[in-house]
Design a protein around this ligand. Structure first.
Ligand SMILES: *[C@@H]1O[C@H](CO)[C@@H](O)[C@H](O)[C@H]1NC(C)=O
Ligand SMILES: *[C@@H]1O[C@H](CO)[C@@H](O)[C@H](O)[C@H]1NC(C)=O
Ligand SMILES: *[C@@H]1O[C@H](CO)[C@@H](O)[C@H](O)[C@H]1NC(C)=O
Ligand SMILES: *[C@@H]1O[C@H](CO)[C@@H](O)[C@H](O)[C@H]1NC(C)=O
Length: 959
């Protein structure tokens, strides 16, 4: 809700400008200090935090866990919070808005809040009215009724009585323009009344009178409390679109209708701006209706003048204004009354909120307008900030604050504007979490998906704290931030260049996902046949037919030929060539199928890259515990030997096992993949142990019996996401590193490293196992002989990579033992990464470059093939997101090769065509080619991404 209101606040800046100021938009940074009595703060509005205050998760305490710990006080955070602006909910203290319904609990709540703030050295800045009128008062007319003036005054008196001893800074109304124009004009804000021609003016009139009465009340009866009382107005800057007189006049009208409407009575001559009176009177006369702008009596004007101790201004953006006569319309409207049109310069940077463009010099101009038009009043910038999609490393927000606050400094130092305070908007991201791209204004991120509502300071919070600490801008103070920014620019640039000659370009599939023919020609069932036949897949789908490649492999080869690839990565279904997984059931027809496929590929000069195991274990072997059974090592070697004997004369690329992590953790840990075993503490480690031994045995088998004749390469394909630290915090950085070692290192360290599991993994699992009362570590050990065999047992590392995770530290000692709890990490996504059709897959191209570099450094520059990479959508032919994904990810790989010297030799796009996406069935589409699964012949059609990918292949990079 709060976000919507804020968004609405916006749509409406209509106002302003005085051209006598005429400051040239100078974007250079002005170095200097703010006045010593300048106050720095940070804003939120009440509903964002209320209800939480007395509980353990109060925002301030969460924002800084040390806030109550005198020894560990964080001076940065406290300086951020020296002033805290919040609003009181009228109906919380007076249930129906009148003194007859005084609510002691509500009053007590605010007393507690204020005491808590003061105890922590934070001064409260209290807003009486932030748009939430008690419903009972709305029922008797709301701001359309003069009665509100007395009700508001009664409410103000109660607050001065109850809280005035401690509160020295009062704001009567926050942004009355929103209440009047949006509440009663457009109806996009509560109470949602739509009457643009009349009610904004009548309600605005009542609000001004209510403000003045409350102000005079304080001055008359509460001046001994020594506080200040003022009002907060909102307006963006209004810049004439051209220097023509008519545009200048139009811009002047725009700011007078927005800021001047309320500012002129209170800070000016006591009355509405002349231009506003004239325009409304003219328009009314032309329509033959009575004047719609109410009038103040002479007494009222007199009382209006000077009825605020300071000028509070909320400002975020700027509009260009041009003259446009509105003579046609027959219904009166606040908008038409102004004879203007508003624009934005297309070169202005846009924030995540559609209404907000970044125009720093607009800040200086509006402060000068206030100075020149209202006799240089004491001014506070009460809200200023920018929205993005919510990333922690919010360089965009830092840039906004840096430039906007610097314009405030210029207004003070160069123009002598009497500005004495600045409140950054906002303390934290808005409460109402929605998935996707919700504009976020916070200096702190709040994780609404977790019960603890964890708060994390963003980079901008640290920047703001530094600025506050220095009370200004010194030449040296921004080096660090500039450095980060340049770093990111290098990270995000697009690199033009070519891949090495003979780089392998290909596309990938796997047997169960495309073949179908699940029980044809002597094929035995696999664990995936069983798993899908137990209806464990979305919509009860199965791979019984899939893309029917068992019958249509020639079409597949034609597709590959059209793409222009040099390689095709596919897998052999173990139970198609050995029905029960052993030599007893060798199936000639199955072997023929793969021979035909291989020969067809070679006929078109496409090299086969063959995966022996892509998750489809023969069912017969699962009966004896499959991968948990140490005997699997010999069984797998026998199967591999059959493949080398039958296909090795033509196949020169062998991948033993695809993504063993999925077999271990998803298949045997949490059981969301076949065979659906749930043994997250021990079984999962045993399975990996057997998989590594199986791979190593096959590698040595090839060396001993086949390599000298067949001259092929044998490797393994591992899957890994990039793990980016959640924050710059050391604990998070260690956690991200640990996460890489638990995921990739678990398999890669034995084979590509020292022959053994990563040290940190051995240490963590051993420590947790001991705590949990196991007599041995749950992580098995390799013998010295095995380590020797493991080490170096691969000719290349196949990498499947799709996405990035953010990794934070979390102590998980109290959880049930599992591979995940063993790591003491917690994973999340940056909200700025684009989504795909798969909830585990978010798009973050630079992740692959960081991962490749990590692999290079840790494993002494192994030969790498990217054996899978791609993105899912819901199947559209114009697959824009896939085109962009391939372009960006492949470009990052090129950067790895050219800039980081990583030895990447090939790239296999996942996937050649839409297919059976495991547990998600046919609901997530990864294909370069579309497959129509509703038609028996499974027709294949190229999507737009085939053009993109073919061009990259043909060019061998990016010209
Ligand atoms: C508020 O409540 C009092 C006491 O119940 C009642 O007398 C009064 O009419 C109410 N006022 C409004 C505006 O609803
Ligand atoms: C899937 O099949 C099972 C067994 O026949 C049945 O109970 C279930 O309702 C089916 N679910 C769907 C979504 O069709
Ligand atoms: C794991 O392997 C160890 C050593 O071979 C064995 O003692 C244990 O029973 C196995 N446990 C599971 C759950 O597979
Ligand atoms: C932890 O294990 C216990 C005993 O096996 C089980 O009852 C409980 O549900 C498990 N808790 C979680 C969070 O999995």
């Amino acid at each position: 809700m709060a976000r919507n209101i804020l968004d609405k606040v916006i749509v409406l800046w209509i106002c302003l400008v005085n051209f006598t100021v005429s400051v040239p938009p100078d974007s250079s940074i002005y170095y200097g200090q703010f006045p010593e009595d300048f106050i720095w703060g940070i804003g939120t509005s009440s509903y964002r935090i209320e209800g939480a205050w007395n509980k353990d998760d109060s925002c301030l305490q969460k924002l800084d866990p040390n806030l109550n710990d005198e020894t560990g006080y964080d001076p940065f955070v406290v300086s951020l919070l020296k002033h805290y602006r919040f609003s009181i909910s009228w109906s919380r203290v007076l249930s129906n808005g009148t003194l007859a319904t005084r609510n002691e609990k509500g009053i007590q709540y605010y007393k507690n809040l204020i005491s808590e703030l003061l105890k922590n050295g934070i001064k409260p800045l209290v807003t009486l009215y932030h748009w939430d009128l008690p419903q009972a008062l709305q029922d008797v007319g709301g701001w359309e009724s003069d009665k509100m003036i007395d009700y508001f005054s009664d409410y103000a008196r109660l607050m001065f009585d109850e809280l005035g001893e401690k509160v020295k800074f009062w704001i009567t109304f926050n942004e009355p323009w929103i209440s009047a124009y949006h509440g009663y004009g457009t109806g996009t804000s509560a109470p949602g009344i739509k009457d643009k021609g009349h009610k904004p003016y009548t309600t605005g009139h009542v609000i001004i009178k209510a403000h003045v009465k409350a102000y005079r009340l304080y001055k008359r009866e509460y001046s001994h409390q020594n506080g200040v009382v003022g009002i907060v107005l909102n307006s963006g800057w209004k810049e004439p679109k051209t220097q023509s007189q008519s545009d200048k006049d139009a811009a002047e009208r725009a700011i007078q209708f927005m800021l001047g409407w309320f500012a002129n009575p209170i800070f000016g001559n006591g009355d509405y701006p002349e231009v506003m009176k004239q325009q409304i009177a003219d328009k009314s006369r032309k329509m033959g209706i009575p004047n719609r702008l109410p009038e103040f009596t002479e007494q009222e004007k007199h009382d209006n003048i000077g009825s605020s101790d300071f000028f509070g201004i909320n400002t975020f953006t700027t509009n260009l204004v041009t003259y446009k006569e509105n003579s046609e319309s027959t219904t009166p409207s606040f908008d038409d009354d102004q004879d203007i049109r508003m624009f934005r310069d297309p070169s202005w940077k846009r924030a995540k909120s559609g209404w907000l463009s970044v125009v720093p010099w607009g800040m200086r101009k509006i402060l000068n307008f206030i100075k020149d038009n209202y006799r240089n009043p004491l001014t506070y910038v009460t809200a200023n900030g920018v929205s993005d999609c919510g990333q922690l490393d919010d360089q965009f927000r830092i840039e906004y604050f840096k430039t906007y606050i610097n314009e405030v400094l210029k207004a003070i130092k160069i123009d002598q504007c009497n500005v004495k305070g600045y409140m950054a908007w906002s303390l934290m991201d808005s409460f109402e979490w929605e998935k996707g791209y919700v504009p976020k204004f916070g200096l702190a991120k709040v994780d609404f998906e977790k019960n603890e509502r964890t708060r994390t300071l963003k980079a901008s919070a640290h920047f703001y704290a530094d600025l506050v600490k220095q009370n200004g801008f010194t030449k040296s103070s921004f080096n660090m931030y500039t450095y980060i920014k340049e770093d990111l620019e290098e990270r995000d640039m697009f690199y033009k260049g070519l891949f090495p000659p003979n780089f392998a370009w290909g596309a990938a599939t796997s047997a169960y996902q495309i073949e179908g023919g699940w029980n044809e020609d002597g094929k035995g069932p696999s664990i995936w046949d069983d798993y899908s036949h137990e209806w464990k897949i979305t919509k009860n789908q199965t791979g019984d037919i899939a893309c029917d490649s068992y019958h249509r492999y020639k079409e597949d080869v034609q597709m590959l030929k059209k793409l222009g690839v040099s390689h095709y990565r596919f897998s052999i279904a173990w139970s198609r060539i050995m029905a029960d997984g052993t030599l007893n059931s060798l199936n000639k027809k199955g072997i023929d199928y793969y021979n035909n496929l291989i020969n067809e590929l070679l006929a078109y000069n496409i090299q086969p890259m063959v995966t022996l195991y892509h998750w489809d274990l023969p069912s017969a072997l699962q009966k004896t515990d499959g991968w948990k059974d140490p005997e699997i090592v010999d069984k797998f070697a026998k199967y591999a030997e059959v493949c080398f004997v039958n296909f090795g004369d033509r196949v020169k690329f062998w991948i033993t096992i695809n993504e063993p992590f999925v077999v271990s953790w998803l298949g045997h840990g949490i059981g969301i993949m076949a065979p659906g075993v749930k043994e997250p503490a021990i079984g999962v480690y045993n399975v990996t142990h057997n998989i590594i031994k199986s791979h190593v045995k096959v590698y040595h088998l090839y060396n001993e019996k086949f390599r000298s004749r067949q001259h092929g390469k044998v490797g393994i394909t591992l899957d890994c996401d990039w793990k980016e630290p959640l924050t710059y915090d050391a604990m998070d950085r260690y956690s991200a590193e640990r996460s890489l070692k638990f995921k990739l290192g678990w398999f890669a360290d034995p084979i590509f490293g020292q022959g053994d599991y990563p040290a940190v993994m051995k240490r963590f699992v051993a420590r947790k196992s001991e705590q949990q009362g196991y007599s041995n570590s749950r992580l098995p050990e390799f013998t010295d002989e095995e380590k020797k065999q493991n080490k170096g047992a691969a000719d290349f590392l196949g990498l499947n990579h799709y996405t990035t995770n953010l990794v934070g530290y979390k102590n998980r000692d109290n959880e049930n033992s599992s591979y995940e709890a063993d790591q003491d990490t917690v994973l999340s996504f940056d909200p700025c990464w684009n989504k795909s059709e798969s909830d585990w897959l978010r798009v973050n191209p630079w992740g692959i470059r960081k991962l490749l570099k990590w692999i290079k450094n840790r494993y002494r520059s192994p030969v790498i093939y990217v054996t899978e990479n791609g993105v899912s959508d819901d199947g559209q032919m114009d697959d824009v997101s896939r085109q962009r994904y391939y372009t960006k990810y492949i470009n990052e790989i090129l950067k790895s090769i050219k800039l980081d010297n990583v030895d990447v030799r090939g790239y296999m796009a996942w996937s050649l065509m839409d297919n059976f996406e495991w547990g998600s069935g046919f609901t997530q589409k990864f294909g370069l080619y579309h497959v129509d699964f509703d038609i028996d012949s499974r027709p294949r059609t190229p999507k737009a991404s085939t053009v993109t990918y073919s061009k990259i292949i043909k060019d061998n990079g990016f010209h």
